[in-house]
Design a protein around this ligand. Structure first.
Ligand code: DOR
Ligand code: ZN
Length: 348
């Protein structure tokens, strides 16, 4: 029997870039109309490294939020070599942040203040292990001599596995996982470890990046991998296993920057995220697992109450907007202009 409509508990986006100022104001409505909460990435141009920066960023998000939605931004702390255990512990107990984000220096957008060597933040790991605060990891090596398609695997081997061994109680989310091998690691070390999976990594492979010429709007980090990795990600996400959950990694950049001589990494997926996940789960005959992946597994990992409302998705093809305007520039929407088979019917 084909299912053509599904109602799930309101979901959480466990990995989201909102930026600030004018970009925040135009992208936020797309997330709040789909998700009740989101784990907000701290890699602003001035990164969110302190409690006071996190509080003012949270206020900026809340005041930019359209009034009809009850949206909860969950803040994260950007780790640097200078982060102190006190800032981490106090902010966690005061409910300022839910987690800290590790960017190895130089791996991605605004990571130039990231961690230079994991050994330098050993006291932070000890503190987080002690207080039960999750560590969110951009799992790619910062060594730019390593082939871009191998950077995730090298990080897992050289940095993650020793970290897991050393801090056996540390809770970790491997963000936007892209390989079969990383999926195996998540499965092996769950439930202390989990993995978020984006819609685009389940829809694109590395060949899609060059389809008909280089496609800057499909360039993100970690970069999409070979087809068998994409297929493994689809199987993992739709398996119902509690160690996998939504993290869209929606990462808006202006078209002028994406289409420049040095294209920034990131795909704006917020406007089509849930519709894309529903399509993938339907294609994998696993719509019955969508609620676990979207609305249960992430909340349980973070120890948060489940959301109250619901969202209904239906198999009713609709053409989504191509771009959103921002001043005299725009942001290109993932799958924008395409006929998407699933749409959001209502949201209560
Ligand atoms: O593609 C990406 N874009 N990957 C990241 O890790 C960062 C993000 C961004 O902030 O643009
Ligand atoms: Zn991200």
């Amino acid at each position: 029997m084909t299912i053509n409509s599904i109602t799930i508990r309101k979901p959480d986006d466990c990995h989201l870039h909102l930026r600030d100022d004018s970009i925040l104001r135009v992208v936020l409505p797309y997330t709040v109309s789909q998700f009740a909460r989101a784990v907000i990435m701290p890699n602003l141009v001035t990164p969110i490294t302190t409690i006071s920066l996190a509080e003012s960023y949270r206020n900026e998000i809340l005041t930019s939020c359209p009034g009809e939605f009850d949206f909860h931004p969950l803040m994260t702390c950007y780790l640097t070599d200078m982060t102190t255990p006190k800032e981490i512990e106090f902010g966690f107990f005061e409910n300022v942040w839910v987690a800290a984000k590790l960017y190895p220096i130089g791996v991605t957008t605004n990571s130039n203040q990231g961690v230079t060597d994991l050994i330098k933040i050993a006291p932070i790991f000890e503190c987080m292990e002690k207080i039960g605060m999750p560590l969110l990891i951009h799992g790619e090596t910062a060594n730019s001599d390593i082939d871009i398609f191998d950077r995730e695997a090298v990080f897992m081997e050289n940095s993650l596995l020793p970290l897991l061994k050393r801090y056996q109680g540390l809770k970790i989310v491997l963000e936007h996982i892209t390989t079969n091998e990383t999926i195996d690691i998540v499965r092996k070390y769950a439930p202390r470890i989990a993995g978020t999976i984006t819609p685009h990594h389940m829809m694109l492979n590395r060949t899609s990046l060059f389809q008909g010429g280089f496609q800057p709007h499909h360039y993100c980090l970690p970069i999409a991998k070979r087809e068998y990795h994409r297929l493994a990600l689809r199987k993992a996400a739709t398996s119902g296993e509690s160690c996998f959950f939504i993290g869209t990694d929606s990462a808006p950049h202006l078209r002028s920057i994406k289409e420049s001589s040095c294209c920034s990494a990131g795909i704006f997926v917020a406007a089509t995220a849930l519709q894309s996940y529903a399509q993938i789960f339907a294609e994998e005959c696993a719509l019955n697992q969508l609620e676990a992946f979207a609305s249960l597994n992430g909340a349980r990992f973070y120890g948060l109450p489940l959301n109250k409302g619901t969202v209904t998705l239906e198999q009713n093809p609709s053409r989504v907007l191509k771009t959103i305007t921002i001043g005299d520039d725009e942001i290109v929407v993932f799958r924008g202009g395409e006929l998407i088979p699933w749409s959001i019917k209502n949201n209560k």
